[in-house]
Unconditional design. Structure first.
Length: 240
């Protein structure tokens, strides 16, 4: 195996199996790949207390620490968790990829994101979650959509609700500015301005996949496009 470990971290309610295509390609390139679910998701143990963003990031940090400095690829909330590590514990990471993570850098997009948190604190939040994720999927690959939504709907609320609320309320700009490792934001649906991102952090790069119409899960709907981006950014085209 060559290069650092690649950790694949999915979004809230999701599972690392959704990165299967990318995991296979990275392994074929000689990389060790560790798929990791968020705490309280699948077989991953929950945090010892409320699953806030800080608590989730701390538990992920403990898992990553066991692996040495890693390349972390996070989808959606998984990317936000990775961003906390990049800003506060950069020795754990070598590179960070945020796959359509909700990390707006302009005031209007940030206000729209924060406004959604009220629905997550209210009764009926679970229906809001499933409806939001369904709308974010897009028009393609409906059979995959139903698999993903079933996993999201089945994830315990204690592992989802506080974490999702924190992500919606978070102002990511200080973390993006402080991130001390090279990072790539892969935009598929999220309103993240590339110029604003680069202005916050010269280490940041961006890739825009909106033309593919792949929705919020481009790694599932357009796996080859996301795999190619990872191979280039992580330097994964190395055999041996």
């Amino acid at each position: 195996m060559s290069g650092p470990v690649v950790v694949l971290l999915p979004g809230v309610g999701c599972r690392a199996v959704e990165f299967s295509a990318q995991a296979a390609a990275l392994r074929a390139a000689g990389r060790r790949v560790v798929p990791l679910d968020l705490p309280g998701h699948g077989d991953e143990p929950p945090v010892g207390g409320t699953a806030t963003l800080e608590a989730v990031a701390a538990q992920v940090a403990r898992r990553v620490h066991e692996l040495g400095a890693v390349d972390l690829v996070g989808h959606s909330t998984g990317g936000v968790v990775g961003l906390l590590l990049a800003a506060r514990r950069p020795a754990l990471l070598r590179r960070l990829v945020l796959v359509d993570s909700n990390v707006p850098v302009d005031a209007g997009a940030l206000a729209a994101k924060r406004a959604r948190a009220a629905a997550v604190r209210a009764d009926g939040w679970h229906e809001v979650l499933v409806a939001s994720m369904r709308a974010a999927w897009g028009e393609r690959r409906p059979e995959l959509r139903e698999e993903v939504l079933a996993r999201i709907a089945a994830t315990p609320g204690a592992a989802v609700r506080p974490l999702w609320t924190d992500v919606l309320e978070l102002d990511p700009r200080p973390l993006l500015h402080a991130a001390a490792v090279p990072l790539l934001h892969v935009r598929s649906t999220r309103d993240v301005d590339e110029a604003g991102l680069r202005a916050l952090n010269p280490r940041a790069a961006a890739a825009d996949l909106r033309r593919l119409g792949a929705g919020h899960w481009p790694h599932l709907v357009e796996p080859a496009a996301v795999t190619a981006l990872l191979e280039d950014f992580l330097g994964a085209r190395v055999r041996g």
